[in-house]
Design a protein around this ligand. Structure first.
Ligand SMILES: Nc1ncnc2c1ncn2[C@@H]1O[C@H](COP(=O)(O)OP(=O)(O)OP(=O)(O)O)[C@@H](O)[C@H]1O
Ligand SMILES: [Mg+2]
Length: 158
């Protein structure tokens, strides 16, 4: 587990960008936290660091956004917030998304069993004003590696 306190939206984007630079197709990143905790802000950094040609927007009304990169790479951004019925969730073909790109999920707890067992789980908490606590949990070897990468970039100064 890695704990980090971000003092601004910009700093949250910067940490996201570090992780984004390491993402590959098949990676699963879960962003858990209340409304306004910083999940979409973090995703903006992720997409930027990954090299997205598209702007990140909150997918609250459309469930999944897809971002493209110049080399044809894809990133999927899913928001489970509005997902309140099981049939709707079952229509989501996460496997075909993962075959094509990385998957970032806001409100992953609403997708329950659909989330692959190996993933990086990041919990966001609004502490006060512009301070957000971020807790990173790696589930699986791939994610231990990603966590080490984030740890090093934080230690190296962000
Ligand atoms: N340290 C910080 N990290 C992230 N966001 C911050 C921080 N300080 C202030 N903010 C502000 O808090 C808000 C976070 O909103 P954001 O859309 O990222 O939340 P969210 O977790 O995606 O919420 P939702 O569940 O509604 O999708 C933004 O307005 C952002 O500018
Ligand atoms: Mg959001």
């Amino acid at each position: 587990m890695l704990e980090f306190f971000s003092r601004s939206a910009e700093q949250t984007r910067r940490i996201g960008a570090r992780l984004g630079g390491m993402l590959q197709a098949g990676d699963v990143i879960c962003l858990q936290g209340n409304l306004g905790a910083g999940k979409t802000t973090f995703t903006q950094g992720l997409a930027q660091g990954w090299g997205s040609l598209d702007t990140v927007s909150s997918p609250t009304f459309i469930l999944v956004n897809m971002y493209r990169r110049a080399d044809g790479g894809r990133m999927f951004h899913l928001d489970g917030y509005r997902l309140d019925s099981a049939p709707e969730a079952e229509e989501l073909d996460l496997d075909s998304m993962l075959a094509e790109g990385a998957l970032v999920v806001e409100w992953p707890e609403r997708l329950d069993d659909l989330i692959p067992s190996e993933h990086l789980w990041i919990g966001f908490e609004h502490i006060e004003d512009e301070t957000r606590q971020m807790k990173f949990h790696a589930r699986g070897i791939r994610y231990d590696g990603l966590l080490d990468g984030i740890r090093q970039s934080i230690v190296g100064g962000s």
